[in-house]
Structure formats: structure tokens, C-alpha cells
Design a protein around this ligand. Sequence first.
Ligand code: SF4
Length: 121
Amino acid sequence: MKDMNRRKFFGQLLQLSGALAVMPVLLRSTVAQAEESRGSKAKAGGAALTMVDPKDPVAAAVKYVEDAKKAADSKGNKCSTCGFYAKKEVRNGKEVGTCTIFQGKLVYANGFCNSWNKKQA
Ligand code: SF4
């Protein structure tokens, strides 16, 4: 059992380091998008943030899915119970919010990724 936990921990660590490896490139593009968004907000008077695309390199690295039920290892966890999540609004009848990992974008409250971290009470 201890070995399984250790294996899982190192597996997740590997996935996280993969995500961190692509972070600088993505941060640059995210910053550019955020600046672009800010610029268009000023013009349009408040443009909406875009949703994270599960095919985005960082999203793929952490295995983000829009529906936690589709993630075999979610164990009932989802973005809304993650410490990185903050509720933003309801879009098309679904709650969405920001995630520390995906700056400038939104994730679904019912989404999930392998970086899920229990929200502190
Ligand atoms: S880090 Fe948390 S809030 Fe962000 S996508 Fe993963 S599970 Fe959702």
C-alpha cells in the first residue's frame, strides 16, 4: 500500500514537472492573452474569459477534463472542491471559475485534473 502511494506520488510529480516544463511558454502566451483580453475589455466594456481547452498543452499535461465523471481517478473530486478554484460565474447553466494553474481562463466547477488539491476549510 505504501509503495502504491509512493508510486502515485512520483507519478503525479512527473506529470507536474512535465506541466512545469511547458509553463514558461504558456505563461508568455497567457500573459499575452490576458493583456489582449484587458485591451478588448476596455473596448467592449467587459469581455468574457475563455474556457480552458482540454487539448491545451498544460491542460493535457495535467489531464484536465470538463466533467470529473469522465476522469477515472477523480474519486468524486472536482474543480469546485479544489484549493486552486475560485467561482466566477454561471455560463450556459454551468458554474465556471478561475484556476491558479490556468491564468486568464476558466474551468468548469465539475471539471477535474491531476493537480486537484483539497480546498482548505
Ligand atoms: S487544479 Fe483544481 S481547479 Fe484547477 S483544473 Fe485542476 S482540479 Fe480544477
